[in-house]
Design a protein around this ligand. Structure first.
Ligand code: NAD
Length: 432
């Protein structure tokens, strides 16, 4: 089918590329001219495993093309997907101005029946507003349907998740767009759940909030483990083997971050508040998450005492492994807090160093180190802030030799406590 995607970021670019991979003809639109030029010239603005090869393949097959004109995208497609940002406003609610802008642009460009599909994460009832807006701004008064099709991809595994989704959610207000939506997703061989639009929109916020809740649950347990001498990793394993619970999202850490969980959680709290329900459970999830970061920072300051003039190596800048995304990254928050206390940093990330430089500029006190094994050189302590697999294979003998003091704060529990102590490290991790 002929499809267009408005917004060519982490969601839009990967979705468009995977649609091309299964045979659709896709136009990716973005109003960031520099991004479009880069993509047209064969560059890729984000890191996602497997993405570059697929983008190259389908710009060559001609099934994937890039433009900065929404009208071009709308004209050349039967179905128009919206994948623009929905960032948080200062009060935690969602800034829907990007969605509204695109709805007006689509309305102005429609000359025949279109299915307009919202893929961005939006508050319940946004679909109704999108439909009203398109109706109001459409010049030709052609027919259209609005569909909600929330995206559940994980950054770092986006291609894999899009090619093999657990489920596809399609929220509709009439049956007319259902056949086309099924046809688009048929090659992905995933269960399709058809709901009303409000339910589809809620499924997304409810899912992300539940996953954040699971993380905060294990992080809260890690505190109880530290206080009782239990080992949170063993507790997580024992709990996770229960099929009703599952082991995933039971990894204790310095807290969740990224461009989705924090904002979607605040949005859901706000959405509930606007309906008159105080979602205290989710407020507690937020509180636990903030406290987990505070506890980690306290471990560092309790051990090193004064941080001023201490040289600290930080491994990891991305908000999680396999991505270059540093939006709301807990790793960057660690860096910023250490800097505030007067420490000097040597930092490294396998993929996120370029993106991190905008938020953590290189300076006399922040040195970007290309080799992960050179980070520890001359450091008073080392911090693991992101769970990259490569950090499980650090040259620890070298680190111990080159550090002024072999102290390691592991915010991701990548190493075994006994092994680290046998190697001569003072090793502080989470919940053990
Ligand atoms: P992003 O910032 O990476 O990409 C959004 C793109 O939209 C940018 O390239 C921007 O230039 C473009 N854009 C903004 N306004 C535009 C306009 N008027 N016309 C054309 N292009 C425009 O954002 P993202 O991470 O891809 O997220 C997009 C949406 O998907 C958000 O609602 C997010 O919550 C949701 N989502 C994100 C993820 C994720 O892991 N990143 C997962 C599921 C859902």
């Amino acid at each position: 089918m002929k499809l267009s995607i408005i917004g060519t970021g982490y969601v839009g670019l990967v979705t468009g590329t995977c649609f091309a991979e299964v045979g659709h003809e896709v136009t990716c639109v973005d109003n960031d001219e520099a991004k479009v030029k880069m993509l047209q010239a064969g560059g890729i603005p984000i890191y996602e495993p497997g993405l570059e090869e697929l983008v190259r393949k389908h710009t060559a097959t001609g099934r994937l093309r890039f433009t900065s004109s929404t009208a071009d995208g709308v004209e050349n497609s039967e179905v128009v997907f919206i994948a623009v940002p929905t960032p948080p406003l200062p009060d935690g609610s969602v800034d829907l101005s990007f969605i509204e802008r695109v709805a007006r642009d689509i309305a102005g460009a429609m000359t025949s029946y279109k299915i307009v599909v919202d893929k961005s994460t939006v508050p319940v009832k946004t679909g109704e507003k999108v439909a009203e807006t398109i109706k109001r701004y459409s010049k030709t008064k052609v027919e259209f349907d609005v569909v909600s099709n929330p995206e559940f991809l994980r950054e770092g595994f986006a291609v894999e998740d899009l090619m093999r989704p657990d489920r596809v959610v399609i929220g509709v207000s009439s049956q007319r767009p259902v056949a086309a939506m099924r046809e688009i997703y048929e090659p992905f061989d995933a269960p399709i759940v058809v709901t009303d639009i409000n339910s589809a929109e809620l499924i997304k916020h409810a899912s992300n909030s539940f996953l954040a809740l699971k993380i905060s649950y294990i992080n809260a347990l890690s505190v109880v483990c530290e206080m009782t001498g239990a080992n949170v990793m063993e507790v997580a394993q024992g709990m996770g083997m229960d099929k009703r619970i599952g082991r995933r999202f039971l990894d204790p850490s310095l807290g969740f971050g990224g461009s989705c969980f924090p904002k979607d959680l605040s949005a859901f709290v706000k959405i509930a508040e606007q309906t008159g329900y105080d979602f205290g459970l989710l407020k507690e999830v937020q509180r636990i998450n903030a406290a987990q970061m505070d506890r980690f920072m306290k471990k560092i300051s309790d051990t090193l005492w004064v941080l001023k003039e201490k040289r600290i190596g930080v491994l990891g800048l991305a908000f999680k492994q396999n991505t270059d995304d540093v939006r709301m990254s807990p790793a960057l928050e660690v860096c910023q807090r250490l800097l505030k206390e007067g420490a000097t940093l040597r930092v490294h990330d396998p993929k996120a160093m370029e993106k991190a430089k905008a938020l953590l500029p290189p300076s006399e006190r922040v040195e970007y180190v290309a080799d992960m094994n050179a980070v520890a050189e001359g450091c008073d302590a080392l911090v693991i802030a992101t769970e990259w697999d490569e950090f499980k294979r650090l040259d620890l003998e070298r680190a111990r030799r080159e550090m002024t003091h072999p102290i390691l704060f592991d915010g991701r529990n990548l190493y075994d406590v006994a092994e680290m102590e046998a190697l001569g490290f003072i090793y502080k991790s989470i919940g053990r």
